[in-house]
Design a protein around this ligand. Structure first.
Ligand code: CUA
Length: 165
């Protein structure tokens, strides 16, 4: 079968593009733990008091595993300060009470869109102690830019001190 030289070139070029994009996908998924946020469950936002979001916060699930429920609303997150020990594997369950908000943790692979009543779930690890901003990155009205919370990753030694921020 005769394949024109030019055609062979473009077949090769396309194979290179597809090959490198697939490699990027595999490297980011397995090396950098980039995950698609999972839609976890759905409920009527008016019935939020009957869900786990009535008492948002950090729950220790044993070992180094933590579950964190966060409720977003105009224009704040509850809780607005989350403390996690270094090395923790944290699964976030995040939803919105009113309009569409965002949930982005700086320097980490957490970037969720929050739709009212839809629970977004994502699991990540926190290895480096420090204070990281959680930002709403979906425009949600006049107070959007004030919608910030702190995620504090504590080194083992200062987790038992009462040091206040
Ligand atoms: Cu909430 Cu922007």
């Amino acid at each position: 079968m005769h394949i024109d030289k030019l055609e062979r070139f473009w077949m090769l070029a396309i194979a290179v593009v597809i090959g490198s994009l697939s490699a990027v996908l595999l490297v980011t998924a397995f090396l950098f733990e980039v995950r698609l946020p999972t839609p976890y469950e759905q409920f009527d936002p008016a019935e939020i008091e009957e869900t786990e979001f009535a008492e948002p916060g950090v729950r220790h699930m044993g070992g180094n595993k933590y579950h964190v429920h966060v409720l977003a609303q105009t224009w704040f997150f509850t809780p607005d300060e989350i403390r996690i020990p270094r090395g923790a594997e944290v699964t976030f369950f995040v939803t919105s009470k009113d309009v569409t908000h965002g949930f982005f943790i700086e320097e980490h692979n957490v970037n969720l869109m929050l739709l009212p009543g839809h629970v977004a779930r994502i699991t990540t690890h926190f290895q480096k102690p420090g204070t990281y901003k959680i930002l709403c990155h979906e425009y949600c009205g006049s107070g959007h830019h004030t919608m910030v919370a702190d995620l504090i990753v504590e080194a083992p030694s200062d987790s038992d001190s009462d040091e206040e921020k």
